[in-house]
Design a protein around this ligand. Structure first.
Ligand code: FES
Length: 105
């Protein structure tokens, strides 16, 4: 059960314990993290699960594939560290990872 820290744009912190194998989006929804709407249920088709993951964690989270990248092209406030949280499976090694939310969420 790795601990994951979700941080709102305003700096509000929510630390949760996530289940390995869930996606970051599923962990956020199960823990009622505000701003992760996940309208498409994880099908990589809505971008309402948009988050920022510091590049220092990219070895753990990987990088967006073509489908995720093309959906990110339609998201607001995209940054180089943007990801769709439904496309990131949680692993034990993600203990302590910080996930930031865009201002509009
Ligand atoms: S939940 Fe829709 S793209 Fe992630």
């Amino acid at each position: 059960m790795p601990k994951i820290l979700f941080m709102s744009h305003a700096g509000e912190e929510h630390s949760i314990e996530a289940k390995v194998g869930d996606s970051l989006m599923e962990a956020a929804v199960k823990n009622s993290i505000a701003g992760i709407d996940a309208d498409c249920g994880g099908a990589c088709a809505c971008a309402t699960c948009h988050v920022y993951i510091d590049s220092s964690y990219s070895a753990l989270t990987g990088t967006p594939d073509d489908m995720e990248q093309s959906m990110l092209d339609f998201a607001d406030e995209v940054q180089p560290t943007s990801r769709l949280s439904c496309q990131i499976p949680i692993t034990e090694e993600m203990e302590g990872i910080v996930v930031r939310l865009p201002e509009s969420q």
